[in-house]
Design a protein around this ligand. Structure first.
Ligand SMILES: [Zn+2]
Length: 309
């Protein structure tokens, strides 16, 4: 998760909410998303330690993700790139991309960042601000949902093409010019051929006390995607946790994709603990992430995919 931008609490009546959808429930026959399995994938990532570029934890997680995607996806690739930060750090970064149903011309993009923040800037105690963030929610949660979804897409081929993208360098910072690095790199190489029709970003999707109002930039610039995702959540009975209100504008990995003309909605719970106090602190730990929340988000994304996008 990147940067708090400004507060904008505006009631927005999404067209989907005028009438109850008579087709309640999941698409018949589709597989169910396993939240406990996703939580195990969060646990695995946290066990590597912080996944800060250049560290052992980052390298170990990269190997683990590669092995998993190589075994599940028809096409899986690592895109290595480099970045020099404003402070002079030279970073080697890795985006992972997996294609399911690679021959399909209609494709959607699902993405999350897998790196974690090198410092706990938001911690109230200055003594811990130099510590890296554990990243159970901010990093591991979205990655876990996509890696669990990969297993599902392997076992049950989707009705359209699905590209999973795990981006690096989202949270390096401290300033925004040294953030969103993997999404910027992907966006810069996005051609007209094989371009997904839209994208959905998952960030901070594991909080055991979840709430997913519509992220403000997505509401403004990717409303067609917002309507798809929030309608699915309503149809599955999660309307209480996916309220049709517009919340904060959050500078995140969807911004470079929107700039490149790819409509992308950000599913983000930017209310992590009281007053968002676990965000970018050493308190972003495994015990604050729940299988139930991961399952809810995974179910929404699975339904989006298996209902045809
Ligand atoms: Zn973050």
């Amino acid at each position: 998760m990147a940067t708090r931008y400004c507060l904008l609490f505006v009631l927005a009546a999404l067209a989907a909410c005028g009438e109850p959808d008579p087709r309640l429930g999941p698409t018949p026959g589709r597989p169910a998303f396993d939240g406990e399995a996703a939580l195990n994938l969060v646990r695995k990532q946290v066990g590597f330690g912080p996944r800060v570029p250049g560290t052992d934890g980052h390298a170990e997680q990269l190997l683990w993700m590669r092995a998993r995607l190589d075994s599940l996806a028809p096409i899986s690739e690592v895109d290595t790139f480099f970045h020099k930060t404003a402070a002079g750090d030279s970073l080697t970064l890795y985006n992972l991309r997996a294609e399911f149903l690679p021959d399909a011309t209609r494709r959607i993009l699902l993405l999350a960042h897998w790196d974690t923040r090198p410092r706990s800037d938001e911690a109230l105690d200055p003594a811990v601000q130099d510590q890296p963030v554990p990243g159970a929610n901010d990093g591991a949660s979205g990655t876990a949902v996509l890696l669990e979804l990969a297993e599902m897409l392997f076992s049950y081929p989707p009705p359209l093409g699905v590209d999973l993208l795990l981006v690096d360098g989202e949270d390096y910072g401290p300033e925004v010019e040294d953030m969103l690095l993997g999404a910027r790199h992907y966006a810069s190489s996005l051609g007209e051929e094989d371009r997904p029709v839209y994208g959905v970003l998952l960030d901070m999707v594991g909080d055991s006390d979840p709430l997913f109002p519509v992220e403000g930039i997505s509401a403004q610039l990717a409303n067609i995607v917002v309507q798809k995702v929030w309608r699915v959540a309503e149809r599955l009975g999660y309307g209480e946790f996916f309220p049709s209100v517009v919340g904060e504008r959050v500078i995140d990995d969807h911004v470079p994709l929107l700039d490149a003309g790819l409509p992308t909605a950000n599913v983000v719970d930017f209310n992590y603990g009281p007053g968002n106090r676990y965000w970018h602190t050493p308190e972003d730990t495994l015990d604050r992430v729940s299988a139930e929340t991961l399952e809810m988000v995974g179910e929404v994304i699975a339904e989006l995919v298996y209902s045809g996008g």
